[in-house]
Design a protein around this ligand. Structure first.
Ligand SMILES: [Zn+2]
Ligand SMILES: [Zn+2]
Length: 175
């Protein structure tokens, strides 16, 4: 974990967002094209000769629609990464933790994450990267400093040998 990694991730997400958005727009356009074509073929010939062509095009259009949805989800991830990592007041570590049970990692399945301790649930998009406010400075053995939320600070204090933790005045009580 390092500040440079965070900056590189922010820069990459910012740089590649427009490319992913263009790709999604292209796929949406392709899906529209496939459905148009399907409509024409259906209108032209209402018999069994082209049955497999019709069902194949229908399937292809459905796949393109799913692909557009998936790209839309990845665009939302990129937007969230830019939003969280672009805000120096937020923790931003890439694995989610519970803000109520300090140091407790969240379990994830599909698009949902939950705390094994208190059972609170969040959409994964909302908690990864870590959106909780940075309330302490953790310095590792090499002298690299990181601003972390209360929960990640508690975790780092346990895990990083030789790390020092300096809590902010107000953040002491955590959340
Ligand atoms: Zn919890
Ligand atoms: Zn955190």
């Amino acid at each position: 974990m390092s500040r440079q990694r965070r900056e590189r991730a922010l820069a990459a997400a910012t740089r590649h967002r427009p490319g992913v958005a263009r790709l999604r727009a292209d796929v949406v356009e392709l899906e529209r094209h496939a459905r148009d074509l399907l409509g024409h073929i259906r209108g032209d010939l209402d018999d069994d000769y082209l049955l497999s062509v019709r069902s194949g095009l229908d399937h292809a259009a459905g796949q393109l629609g799913q692909l557009a949805d998936e790209l839309g989800r990845q665009l939302a991830v990129l937007a969230r990464v830019v939003e969280v990592l672009g805000d120096p007041a937020r923790c931003g570590l890439p694995w989610p933790v519970c803000p109520h049970c300090l140091g407790q990692g969240l379990s994830s399945s599909g698009r949902q994450s939950w705390c094994p301790g208190c059972r609170r649930r969040w959409p994964t998009l909302q908690v990864d990267p870590c959106p909780w406010p940075a309330v302490a400075t953790v310095t590792d053995r090499e002298g690299a400093e990181l601003r972390l939320c209360a929960s990640h600070t508690r975790d780092a204090g346990r895990r990083l040998v030789g790390a020092t933790v300096a809590w902010d005045q107000r953040g002491r009580s955590g959340r």
